[in-house]
Design a protein around this ligand. Structure first.
Ligand SMILES: C[S@@+](CC[C@H](N)C(=O)[O-])C[C@H]1O[C@@H](n2cnc3c(N)ncnc32)[C@H](O)[C@@H]1O
Length: 194
């Protein structure tokens, strides 16, 4: 549990907070909106020295993941809004990767207020990534991809070509489903300079 009452405004979690919860881990990767945990659980099983933290805004989905007997011990899930938690609680240069997979069903103009990648959120990614680390993004919605790319680059991250190795079992459920349907997916890695 994150004990918010112990935090004073402007004070972040210790840099190794999640690694200390998942003992034996040495790296931290954060997925915003893990959904049914397809990427989170597989990634954690493949990399036992990394703690994979899923921030899921929907309570029942988060509760299901937390209670899932297949959840590896290095996959932690919190019922949290990533758009709030990242700017307010994560320590500077404490994260080895962020994962944003099909982050936003709200890509239409009238839903802009609910978008994940705001200026504040992008600034938090830049602040919290370790030098040389990056944020991975995949979506099937071209205007959403362009908006995310524009915001992350404006914030100071650099786009690096990246597409998932589709032989890897660590893929999100939406990703798997859309690949099976032959849908084109827009993806990129946005790196913090060293
Ligand atoms: C379209 S689903 C994609 C799920 C999963 N990433 C995948 O690719 O299969 C979007 C997910 O993001 C979650 N989500 C949306 N906004 C969020 C936020 N601000 N913080 C945390 N989770 C969020 C939703 O509840 C949902 O689980």
């Amino acid at each position: 549990m994150i004990t918010f009452e112990l935090l004073s405004p402007g004070k972040y979690l210790p840099a190794t907070y999640f690694q200390d919860v998942a003992t034996g881990t040495e790296r931290t990767e954060i997925e915003i909106g893990p959904g049914d945990g397809g990427f989170l659980f597989e990634s954690a099983a493949l990399a036992p020295k990394t703690v994979f933290v899923g921030l899921e805004i929907r309570r029942t989905w988060a509760e299901n993941l937390i209670a899932d007997p297949k959840r590896p011990p290095n996959a932690l899930v919190y019922n949290q809004d990533g758009r709030w938690l990242c700017p307010h609680l994560l320590a500077d240069e404490s994260v080895d990767a962020f994962h944003l997979y099909f982050p936003d069903p709200w890509w239409k103009k009238r839903h802009h207020k609910r978008r994940l990648v705001t200026e504040e959120f992008a600034a938090a990614l830049l602040r919290c990534l370790k030098p040389g680390a990056g944020a991975f993004v995949i979506t099937d919605v071209p205007p959403l991809y362009s908006a995310i790319e524009e915001q992350l680059i404006a914030t100071g991250l650099t786009r690096v070509d990246w597409t998932r190795n589709t032989d890897s079992p660590a893929q999100s459920s939406y990703e798997r489903k859309y690949r099976c349907q032959g849908r084109f997916l827009y993806s990129g890695r946005f790196e913090k300079s060293r």
